[in-house]
Structures are given as structure tokens and as C-alpha cells.
Design a protein around this ligand. Structure first.
Ligand code: GRF
Length: 202
């Protein structure tokens, strides 16, 4: 079967992006990463993608006066690369409902918490402040409401005594790098779908 053409949206470091690119090197991986797009020209991840031989593009959100105009330009970039599945990997822009609906069932995000706990930013800081004993990461389908889509894979990590934001983030990130490629593999192989806002394994 033809491998699915995947685009990755980033805004920064791109370590999750790298984990997806690396996983897709495997001969039996059902997807290929064909384009990495950043909304920030200075995103470190752009160089990392180029080093790994992946074509990159920048759609700079500061050049657009509305979210709709930015999303339309993004859509055009993805269309020209014939992208079939979209992965958000540390992409720090809220997408319009219209854009998300266009990609329904074909767009994933990685979030550094056990959703639905700790939606939004500063997840590690808030989990530590609340005295959580368990934290983790979630891969979910993207829906218009932020960090709220159906969950594909979720994995826990312990919060250890003496943890600070940095040590906890590193423990969670190691999990992110494992579960994101696993979730993309399931989607690209047609092994999951969404029904009634839930993920079905087929
Ligand atoms: C990750 O923790 C991801 O879950 C969150 O932002 C961070 C991005 O890291 N959305 P990277 O750019 O993938 O290294």
C-alpha cells in the first residue's frame, strides 16, 4: 500500500518532529514525512528537518492580518505538497475551526499532560504545583476546541520527589517521542478511526 504523505507543523525545537521523521525511516512504516512547515522562520526544528533531508517551508503568521488568512496560506502550502495526514508537533498557533474541520480525522497533536487534565500551556509547572504523583503525555485527534479531541494514545510517567519542571519535562518528552510515532503509525495504516468523538481501533 502507498505510504501516506505526512506534513508536520512546528513552531520551535522540533524534537517530536525528529522522532516522527526517524520512525518513518523504517521500511515498513506506513507514512512518509514529506514536508515540515513552521510558522516561525527561526524555529530550530527547521534546520533539524533539513539535516534529515526533509523539505521545509515557513508560513510566518506575523505576515498575516487574520487567522483565516494565515490558515489559508498554510492550507495552500500543504495542498501543494499533497499532504494527507497532518501532525502538530509543538505548533503554538490556534487553528481556525474551518481549517481543523478540513482535516477532520487526519490531524493529530501531541500534548504534554494526561488529557483532559492540564490543557493549554505550562503543564509540567501546573502538575507539580498541584502535587500530582502521576503525569504524562497524550496523542489526540485535533478538534476545534483546544486540546480536547479524541485520545489515541496516552502514557503515564511518575512524578518523583525533587522533580522540577525540567526533570519532569524530560521524563514526559521521552514518552512523547515513543507514543507520537506509534499513533501516526496506527492512523496511517488505517487502524484507527473516529466515531462519536471517540477513537475506534479497527
Ligand atoms: C512538547 O512537549 C509538545 O508536547 C508540546 O510542546 C513541546 C514541543 O517540543 N506541545 P518539541 O518542539 O517537539 O521538541
Amino acid at each position: 500500500m502507498a505510504r501516506k504523505r505526512v506534513g508536520i507543523l512546528i513552531s520551535g525545537r522540533g524534537s517530536n518532529m525528529e522522532s516522527l521523521i526517524d520512525a518513518a525511516q523504517a521500511k515498513d512504516f506506513p507514512a512518509e514525512i514529506v514536508r515540515v512547515v513552521s510558522n516561525r522562520p527561526d524555529a530550530k526544528g527547521l534546520e533539524a528537518a533539513q539535516r534529515k533531508g526533509i523539505a521545509t517551508a515557513v508560513v510566518d503568521h506575523t505576515k498575516f492580518s487574520t487567522r483565516e488568512a494565515f490558515d489559508a496560506a498554510l492550507q495552500e502550502t500543504l495542498k501543494s505538497a499533497k499532504i494527507e495526514i497532518l501532525c502538530l508537533a509543538g505548533f503554538m498557533r490556534v487553528l481556525t475551526n474551518g481549517f481543523v474541520e478540513n482535516w477532520q480525522g487526519r490531524i493529530l497533536n501531541i500534548h504534554p499532560s494526561l488529557l483532559p487534565a492540564y490543557k493549554g500551556v505550562d503543564t509540567h509547572k501546573r502538575a507539580l504545583a498541584a502535587g500530582e504523583k502521576t503525569h504524562g503525555a497524550t496523542v489526540h485527534f485535533v478538534v476545534p476546541e483546544l486540546d480536547s479531541g479524541p485520545i489515541v494514545i496516552q502514557e503515564k510517567v511518575p512524578v518523583k520527589e525533587g522533580d522540577d519542571e525540567k526533570t519532569l519535562a524530560a521524563r514526559v518528552l521521552a514518552v512523547e517521542h515513543r507514543i507520537y510515532p506509534a499513533a501516526l503509525k496506527l492512523l496511517a495504516a488505517g487502524k484507527i478511526s473516529v466515531k462519536d468523538n471517540k477513537v475506534l481501533f479497527v
